[in-house]
Write a protein that binds this ligand. Structure first.
Ligand SMILES: Cc1cc2nc3c(=O)[nH]c(=O)nc-3n(C[C@H](O)[C@H](O)[C@H](O)COP(=O)(O)OP(=O)(O)OC[C@H]3O[C@@H](n4cnc5c(N)ncnc54)[C@H](O)[C@@H]3O)c2cc1C
Length: 387
């Protein structure tokens, strides 16, 4: 058995959790291993998720979404992640980054044009901040936009763009300051890029150890002409928008991590209940039970911290260091719990016939993207020490 979450759910939250769980277990889980093996992205999944409302969970009803709170969204996201971490990152990036950026900082026209199709799953969203030389130090990015009449000309290459090859709306951060007068983080602006723009190209697809069903690609902007009305918010505030959005995105990655860890725990309990050695089920050995107990304690701690941060955000409180704590704790939990799961499976944990090695591979990236664990510690440490 697995232990229930102690977060009190409203009837609506419980209903959405049930909907997400049924969808994840019936439509995604049976195919996740094959998608991982083939590094295959299933486009139909986007439409299915859109039809169920999972791609517009935080978008107000007036823009075609469900208008739900963060806690409900994260509860649903955990269910998707417990079936497939690749499907979860698609949902997390789409909901937390591009849709939120357009909703919060976009013009009325941008909201009208993009939010409804994004919420329905007709247009997938992506977020292009990182470059090959600008990862943790994202403000050092070099992609450049130069004003040309009623448009901007964009040049540069974005790296690591989740869903970038299938996205219809990519929120890209590029420099709009001039090479002669750099303004650091204040020289960066955000644009909505659509793949129909001349000069837009999808570059290399990464061959990853995990999240193999989530396409991660380079995007190349080659003298790409972007209409001026694609600028989001104010010129020079793009980096601020990106950082504020990532603060939200980190909750999504925490939910993804909890889902991966919970799945590994469930598989471990089941395996320990059927595997026999020395004439006993291995679950009868104290050494195995202690592992399961520690795994469960960490999964529940990570989820409790995540839900507390989400509930505080829903109350309108500033939660910056707590979102970093939730992401840090949950991602390190996912890595630790999946490592224990492989140990419990023994040799079977090390081969692809059993699912835990996929979970272990999928867990690793949660400690890396949307701010590495070191960057989360910097955010938390600064909050503790600034006077
Ligand atoms: C599968 C995947 C999907 C991704 N999706 C996206 C996406 O959709 N959009 C996007 O913009 N980006 C995306 N990324 C990029 C991701 O956000 C970066 O990989 C991440 O921010 C780390 O940057 P980096 O890889 O350049 O590592 P680096 O910044 O080079 O870091 C290398 C190491 O140095 C450490 N380090 C760096 N600076 C410090 C410091 N000041 N103090 C202590 N340690 C430090 C890091 O913690 C890390 O351990 C994705 C990455 C992956 C792997």
């Amino acid at each position: 058995m697995t232990l229930r979450s102690l977060t009190p759910l409203t009837p609506d939250q419980a209903e959405i959790q049930r909907l997400a769980r049924d969808f994840a277990q019936n439509e995604i889980a049976p195919r996740a291993a094959a998608w991982d093996r083939d590094s295959y992205f299933e486009p139909a999944l986007v439409r299915q998720m859109g039809d169920l409302g999972f791609l517009g969970m935080l978008v107000p009803e007036e823009h075609g979404g469900l208008g739900l709170d963060n806690l409900t969204y994260l509860i649903a996201l955990e269910e998707i992640a417990a079936a497939d971490a690749s499907a979860a990152v698609l949902m997390s990036v789409h909901n937390s980054l591009p849709t939120q950026m357009i909703l919060k900082y976009g013009s009325a026209e941008q909201r009208r044009r993009f939010l409804a199709p994004m919420a329905r799953g007709e247009m997938l969203g992506a977020f292009a901040l990182s470059e090959s030389e600008a990862g943790s130090d994202a403000a050092s990015l070099r992609a450049q936009a130069v004003r040309d009449g009623d448009a901007w000309i964009l040049d540069g290459t974005k790296s690591w763009v989740t869903s970038g090859s299938h996205a219809g709306a990519i929120l890209a951060m590029v420099r709009t300051d001039s090479p002669g007068m750099r303004r650091g983080a204040r020289g960066i602006s955000t644009f909505i890029i659509t793949p129909d723009l001349p000069g837009f190209k999808v570059g290399k697809k990464e061959d990853k150890m995990g999240l193999r069903a989530s396409p991660t690609v380079q995007l190349i902007f080659d003298r790409m002409r972007v209409p001026a009305d694609r600028l989001v918010g104010e010129e020079g505030l793009g980096f601020v928008y990106a950082m504020q959005s990532l603060e939200h995105g980190r909750l999504g990655i925490a939910a993804q991590s909890v889902g991966i860890a919970r799945h590994a725990l469930q598989l471990s309990v089941a395996y320990a209940s059927e595997r026999r050695q020395f004439g006993h089920f291995i679950k009868e050995f104290e050494g195995v039970q202690f592992k399961l107990a520690d795994m469960a304690a960490r999964v529940h701690s990570a989820r409790a911290l995540l839900h507390a941060a989400a509930a505080a955000k829903d109350r309108g409180e500033a939660v910056a260091p707590h979102t970093s704590m939730a992401k840090l704790v949950a991602s390190e939990t996912a890595m630790w719990v999946t490592t224990q799961a492989i140990q419990i499976f023994g040799g079977n944990g090390f081969v692809k016939d059993y699912p835990v090695e996929r979970l272990f591979r999928d867990a690793k990236v949660t400690e890396i993207y949307e701010g590495t664990s070191e960057i989360q510690r910097i955010v938390i440490g600064r909050a503790l020490t600034q006077s």
